[in-house]
Design a protein around this ligand. Structure first.
Ligand SMILES: Nc1ncnc2c1ncn2[C@@H]1O[C@H](COP(=O)(O)OP(=O)(O)OP(=O)(O)O)[C@@H](O)[C@H]1O
Ligand SMILES: [Mg+2]
Length: 313
């Protein structure tokens, strides 16, 4: 897994003029949203593993419009994280192209890519890659510091974001002095601090309790609405997927379904929940297990298996 913090820190620190401009940016830019902002064309990815070729992506075409909220679902091993890494330029496709606006990202040099990532993309991974020697506030400020932005406005933005994710009381804690969920929230604030065009998140709330997850999901929707931030979220959360306006379902390295839903996704999950259920469960073996153990089954079921019901999905 690529360490995004390292990738960000490696980007060239440019002396940018008017470093306060980002802080003064209006919340809701009124302009036409760009179609096909981020595009994967015929993307293949193979890895060599102990002499064997592992075909992980086998021809993926995906086009994401500016301001879209897209979630990627599918069984473990389907290639979701691999696709996210390629779209986020953390890795190169074996074949095919990744484009952002008019730029072919697969043709950029590594320092161009580092600058591109720093400015345009906010990453949130399940494993947060925070810098252990810096406190929460400094970690959130880091992408701006790397970019040479002025500390004052940057600190205010970082503080406001940490407040938004419920960490106003933990600004000066280092990652080792935060819980796993708190660390994840710091990583989220860090991903948002540059006000990126696209936020890419790989199971961003996979380790969080349902209340914190919900507040972070709300934050995603809010940012999408107010700043038109584009979101690409890999998730195993059926609840989140049911509320996302577009659900891309992957299986065995290809996109199996790609569904855009009507407007009412945020509130009424009823109709979409069915579609998402299908996406999640259509791969399941059809010989369904009994829903609830009745008396007849009870004696056959081991009751002791502690933690057997715990699932990280
Ligand atoms: N560097 C690598 N070398 C060899 N195989 C790899 C490598 N990275 C990923 N794979 C394989 O590619 C497949 C897809 O991996 P990926 O991480 O994209 O799955 P995923 O859909 O994100 O799964 P999960 O839901 O479990 O996170 C897996 O079978 C994995 O073992
Ligand atoms: Mg994954």
């Amino acid at each position: 897994m690529t360490d995004t913090a390292t990738a960000e820190t490696e980007s060239p620190a440019k002396a940018e003029p008017a470093p306060t401009a980002a802080a003064e940016k209006p919340a809701a830019p009124k302009r036409a949203m760009r179609e096909n902002l981020l595009v994967a064309e015929g993307v293949h990815k193979t890895f060599l593993h102990e002499g064997n070729v592992v075909e992980v992506l086998r021809g993926v075409d995906l086009s994401i419009n500016e301001g879209e909220m897209v979630c990627v679902v599918g069984a473990s091993g389907a290639g979701k994280s691999t696709l996210l890494h390629l779209l986020g330029t953390l890795d190169l496709p074996t074949k095919g192209r990744i484009k952002f606006a008019d730029d072919d990202l697969t043709r950029m040099t590594s320092s161009q890519l580092a600058a591109f990532r720093n400015e345009k993309i906010g990453f949130v991974f399940q494993f947060h890659h925070l810098l252990p020697e810096f406190d929460a506030l400094e970690n959130v400020m880091m992408p701006g510091l790397v970019r040479g932005q002025a500390r004052g406005p940057l600190r205010e933005r970082a503080r406001a974001l940490l407040e938004e994710v419920g960490l106003a009381h933990r600004l000066d804690h280092r990652p080792g002095e935060l819980s796993g969920g708190e660390q994840q929230r710091v990583a989220l604030a860090r991903a948002l601090v540059m006000e990126p065009a696209v936020v890419m998140a790989d199971e961003p709330t996979g380790n969080l309790d349902s209340e914190t997850s919900e507040s972070i999901h709300q934050l995603f929707f809010q940012l999408n609405e107010t700043r038109k931030t584009t979101f690409l979220i890999v998730t195993h959360s059926r609840d989140l997927a049911s509320r996302m306006p577009r659900v891309v379902s992957m299986k065995d390295g290809v996109i199996q379904r790609d569904e855009r839903k009507a407007e009412s996704y945020r509130g009424g999950a009823d109709k979409t929940a069915e579609a998402v259920d299908e996406v999640f469960w259509h791969d399941k073996p059809t010989g369904d297990a009994p829903e609830e153990p009745d008396e007849e089954h009870e004696e056959a079921e081991p009751k002791d298996a502690e933690g057997a019901g715990a699932s990280d999905d």
